[in-house]
Design a protein around this ligand. Sequence first.
Ligand code: 2IO
Length: 404
Amino acid sequence: MSWILSEDFAADPYRHFTRLREQAPVHYEASIDSYFLSRYPDVKRVLTDHEAFSTETLQVRAEPVMRGPVLAQMTGAEHTAKRKIVVRGFTGQALQDQTRAIRANAAELIAPFLPRGRVDLVNDFGKPFAVRVTLDVLGLDRDDWQQVAAWYRGIAEFITSMTLTPERRRHCLECAEQLEAYLAPVIDRRRRRPGEDLISRLCAAEFDGTALSDRDVTALLVNVLVAAAEPADKTLALLFKHLIDHPGQLAQVRRDPALLPAAVAETLRYTPPVQLIPRRAERDAVFAGTTVPAGAAVFCMIGAANRDPGAFADPDTFDIHRPDLGTARSFTAAAQHLAFGTGLHQCVGAAFARAEIETVAALLLSLFDRVRYSPGFRYRESGLYTRGPASLSVDFTPEETVRR
Ligand code: 2IO
């Protein structure tokens, strides 16, 4: 029986999570020969037992479109060293410069919608915002964002599809090849004339006394591009949806912006934009009496784990004040929720993601008064692997009008 791939599941996975956790905590999906784990402790175990569960699955799931190995595939000293290079590109002074780029992109993109008092936070704003910010961070030309966005969508489709027709597969690989060709001369230029951007940092970096190859730099760039852009518009739109659905909490966040980190963290727990994390079982493993055989593909269900009543009290309630959220730790390795994964490969961009969403949300909230759904708006989500609103049309009263 197909469960995870059913239409009913796609329409609203959250309605299925309790039954999965209680009745099928190790659900085998025969059509894609994969195991789905939904309980918090099981997911945590898979993501932290790096010996028993490897990221080998990314070799077929990601490497063909990444054009080389991504961070999550690496192990040992190579992983430690290359992860450190990327971390440095997203902390300290770099993060401060990035925060300025985030604010500038947000202000520029929202400006035309302010007089209208209506914007689709996903399609009008979130998607261009996410891609343009990422291009700024990487040191690519943000005027190319539509072209890059088209390529990156193909790459993301390859990574996040459960099934792919040969035609779609070919299309995705073409996107990847074209993005690679677009990046090649840029990498070449940065090798000769480095700047402060992430591409230059990657070009200048050394591992074991040798510089990263063009292939390695390309793969890390595509890795960062997809990982930064794909979940960003979803998280932003989900945050606004939850706040609109909970006007009391929206009012509190408005009154006290210090509550914004908790609102973002609770959004990530309640509706993580990345719903699945793949691993490969390296040896037989027993979960709740069921054996996952060595070699099996395993999917950690982040949305289900984040709503496990054993981990979070009243898990199906959105509550920015929940005591078990641990906001201060929510974007670090000690996070309770699993939206950034956990263990060695936990999201390297978590601090950047936090800065990005908090900065843009604070700016939008300051510009929007009385934000609400547009008349006739019908909410719909899509995606099994990454999931978010298809659109989020909101009406608001521009703050300037209020003041006048
Ligand atoms: C890009 C799924 C958008 C990552 C992935 C092949 C590796 C890794 C993730 C996230 C988000 C993407 N996996 N980012 O789940 O880098």
